[in-house]
Design a protein around this ligand. Structure first.
Ligand code: 5GP
Ligand code: MN
Length: 340
């Protein structure tokens, strides 16, 4: 693959050979791609004989994604054990950053990464990577997922893609493309085809990803589409998941996944936002049709970024809006301005 430079492959090989302790770090609120890619890389390193490998995240993954975690791998979550998570980064002599373009996407782990003198390697598919921080950077937005990029890196390294590694990577690619709905390239089908031929059980994966939710999620999806959806002239749509609604449906992390895509099934909608109220801010998920930039909206109004058609950010209570009740007006004004 021409997106993978031989020079970076040589650097990765050399740094991996000489490293004694490796930290594999993914982005905050890890999604299926972050978990699949970090798990796949940790398993690959372990099977190459590396003994001291840990995956580090700022927060514990949602319940519905826990199935991606491998019993062979050590995971450290800063929200559970900050001391251990930060020590792993501090003591590592090689750090991989996966599925994020900059240290600040790891939120609470940013300081530990900045203080670390370890050699660093980036494997990512977001826009605007902070390349200056890394000894080698595999980064392209022209790929489905970090999991797919890692698959081609492993191939270029001529490392074995074992069944557990392949399963983790197919999971990450499947969730990031929303089961082959977006960001799919010829290479994506090639990867899937090779992995299925090698024995990865895609049916079992689909069952775990898309058919293992609790009843409340289906009811919440219905409620938000019926009561919560707001459509604006110009093709904007938004929904706000307030604290009240989250309580009413006993919503857990990960259970509103996919809701932001639903308004885009309406022909006239080209931009969809989901705001989820959190401590002191709203988390903002943005999806757009080709030709409209979710990334530009995230960057301009929500301190965020991501991909051209799938981005995210935050709306802070205090700096951005005086109270949670003002979120709707803020979004309507932003969309009016952005879509004009
Ligand atoms: P989601 O809406 O699924 O949480 O995120 C969609 C995409 O936007 C992901 O690729 C994610 O990395 C990116 N993203 C989400 N939140 C943020 C954020 O706060 N800052 C930046 N820069 N990117 C984000
Ligand atoms: Mn990703």
């Amino acid at each position: 693959m021409d997106i993978i430079q031989q020079e970076s492959i040589h650097t990765l090989k050399a740094l991996t050979q000489s490293a004694a302790k490796v930290a594999v770090v993914g982005h905050t609120h890890p999604d299926g791609d972050a978990l699949g890619a970090t798990t796949g890389l940790a398993l690959a390193l372990l099977s190459r004989g590396k003994k001291d490998v840990c995956c580090v995240f700022s927060d514990t993954p949602a319940d519905n994604l826990q199935f991606i975690l491998s019993p062979e791998v050590t995971y450290l979550f800063q929200d559970r054990n900050a001391e251990k998570a930060e020590a792993c980064i501090r003591e590592a002599d090689l750090v991989f950053l996966l599925d994020c373009n900059a240290f600040d996407r790891t939120e609470g782990l940013k300081d530990a990464l900045e203080a670390s003198s370890a050699r660093k390697i980036l494997i990512d598919h977001h826009l605007n990577p902070d390349r200056s921080r890394f000894d080698a950077a595999f980064s392209t937005p022209e790929i489905s997922s970090a999991s797919e990029l890692l698959y081609w890196v492993l191939k270029a390294l001529e490392w074995d893609v074992t069944l557990p590694v392949g399963t983790a990577l197919l999971t990450g690619m499947t969730t990031d493309t929303n089961n082959f709905a977006n960001s799919v390239y010829p290479s994506t089908f090639r990867m899937a085809s090779e992995l299925i031929a090698a024995g990865v059980d895609r049916d079992a994966l689909l069952q775990k990803i898309y058919s293992s939710y609790r009843e409340n999620r289906v009811r919440l999806m219905g409620y938000m589409q019926y009561e919560g959806l707001r459509l604006l002239p110009g093709g904007g749509a938004y929904m706000i998941l307030t604290r009240d609604i989250q309580r009413r449906f006993d919503l857990r992390e990960g259970e509103s996944e996919g809701l932001v895509n639903v308004p885009l099934t309406i022909g006239a909608v080209r931009l969809s936002l989901l705001l989820k109220e959190d401590e002191g801010h709203f988390r903002v998920s943005i999806r757009s049709r080709k030709g409209t930039s979710a990334q530009a909206l995230a960057q301009r109004y929500f301190h965020g970024g991501g991909h051209e058609n799938a981005s995210g950010g935050k709306l802070f209570i205090g700096p951005d809006i005086a109270s949670p009740q003002e979120a709707a007006t803020f979004v309507e004004n932003a969309l009016k301005d952005f879509l004009k």
